[in-house]
Write a protein that binds this ligand. Structure first.
Ligand SMILES: Nc1ncnc2c1ncn2[C@@H]1O[C@H](COP(=O)(O)OP(=O)(O)OP(=O)(O)O)[C@@H](O)[C@H]1O
Ligand SMILES: [Mg+2]
Length: 406
């Protein structure tokens, strides 16, 4: 997703072009025919948006982005999958604008919440946290500003990492969600940097937990899943003229983003290794492979998947499941089209291209008892079919014996 604001004011040259699902970046330093470097590098994605000038016929509005991405989040969620949508990109490139929006131009998070209520009329639990300087803070809990308390991250053996003591808010209509969202956004730490005067200095994770009652094979059942909507802090190089706090923040933001980058590229590497193993050996059955996090089964030829350092940052630890496990995950990469952002743009697009190679293992989070009954019924059907074919073979043998005797 390509947006502009500050760059227009600076009068920088536009070096990015969006052509359907391809983003092309021009390196203006390569201008001679003897230079062996590529002048234009193309990256293809599932969707590419151009939102530089609202007058441009190609301009992608918040509504268009919602139609593509928001609806795919919702359709996955309604089917019972865990979903994660996160925005990554250079500071000031439009992550908060895309995820949250402005009162005049509503972003993905409130739009997704609105539809969840419109169609499901559910009672939902929500929580909203930020990770600031590698510490988790509850954005929906009143705290003494002088002594902001931090929460601990723990790991449940089955459900994975979670934040201990994070407040869960039961909401029954869209208005309540908007109120909580506004409350959390107001509490979130922002500061003016040399690039962006309302820069998010923390990573924010807004989570919707919901359960749907369904009837499966005439059995009442429940599907419980969650939607994680993540607005990351922007990456930026530390400016020595900043005060100590800003430099510490920058270092911690970068720590999380660097770890996220390592996690993404290791997962991508493991996924590629896993898919090449699959093509030469038998395809493992559901649940056998353990996802990209686990060892690829079925004759990996001694190659072991690389260790994934989820716990090296709070962000990657909390998003562990979303990044390489039981979740359908969408990454939005936001970039600036200006020549002055060439290096950041290339790094963001490479990050996103790498993330595209990750193969997750999402599954419907159905009720364990109903799942067991369904599996037992399938087993009975399979055994019945075996018995029938066995009886058929036996009757054919007796017929053959009869013929031989005659
Ligand atoms: N597509 C867009 N159309 C119009 N305005 C935009 C668009 N994208 C971003 N902006 C505006 O540009 C400014 C910076 O955007 P935003 O706050 O979303 O950046 P960010 O990526 O979240 O930065 P940071 O990482 O520093 O938090 C904001 O004023 C925002 O409203
Ligand atoms: Mg932001």
């Amino acid at each position: 997703m390509c947006s502009v604001s500050r760059e227009r004011a600076e009068g920088g040259r536009v070096i990015v072009e969006v052509d359907d699902k391809v983003a092309k970046v021009r390196n203006i330093k390569v201008d001679s025919s003897w230079d062996s470097r590529e002048k234009t590098v193309s990256f293809s994605f599932d969707y590419c948006y151009w939102s530089v000038d609202p007058e441009d016929p190609k301009y992608a509005s918040q509504e268009m982005v919602f139609q593509d991405l928001g609806t795919s989040v919702l359709s996955g969620a309604f089917r019972g999958y865990n979903i994660c949508l996160f925005a990554y990109g250079q500071t000031g490139s439009g992550k908060t604008y895309t995820m949250m929006g402005t009162p005049a131009s509503i972003g993905l998070t409130p739009r997704i919440c609105e539809v969840v209520f419109l169609f499901l009329h559910l009672h939902l639990f929500k929580n909203f946290l930020e990770i600031y300087n590698e510490r988790v803070r509850d954005l929906l809990k009143q705290s003494d500003r002088k002594k902001p308390y931090t929460l601990r991250v723990r790991e449940h053996p089955e459900t994975g990492p979670y934040v201990q003591g994070l407040t869960q808010h039961l909401v029954t209509d869209y208005k309540q969600v908007v109120k909580l969202l506004e409350e959390g956004i107001a509490k979130r730490i922002t500061a003016a940097t040399h690039i962006h005067n309302a820069s998010s200095r923390s990573h924010a994770i807004f989570t919707i937990h919901y359960t749907q009652a369904i009837l499966e094979n005439n059995l009442p059942s429940e599907i419980a899943s969650k939607i994680n909507l993540v607005d990351l802090a922007g990456s930026e190089r530390a400016d020595p003229s900043y005060c100590k706090d800003r430099i510490t923040e920058g270092a911690n933001i970068n720590k999380s983003l660097v770890t996220l980058g390592i996690v993404i590229s290791t997962l991508a590497q493991n996924s590629q290794m896993f898919s090449s193993c699959q093509s030469i050996s038998s395809i493992p059955s559901e649940g056998e492979s353990g996802g990209v996090d686990g060892p690829p089964s079925g004759g990996s030829g001694g190659r072991r998947p690389a260790y994934i350092p989820y716990r090296d940052s709070i962000l990657t630890w909390l998003l562990k499941d979303s990044l390489g496990g039981n979740s359908k995950t969408i990454m939005i990469a936001t970039i600036s089209p200006a020549s002055s952002s060439y290096n950041e743009t290339m790094s963001t697009l490479r990050y996103a291209a790498n993330a595209k190679n990750i193969i997750n293992k999402p599954r419907v989070n159905e009720d364990a008892n109903v799942k067991l009954i369904r599996e037992l019924r399938e087993e009975i059907d399979r055994l019945k079919a075996m018995l029938m074919s066995f009886e058929l073979v036996c009757s054919n043998i007796s017929l053959l014996e009869l013929l031989l005797v005659m």
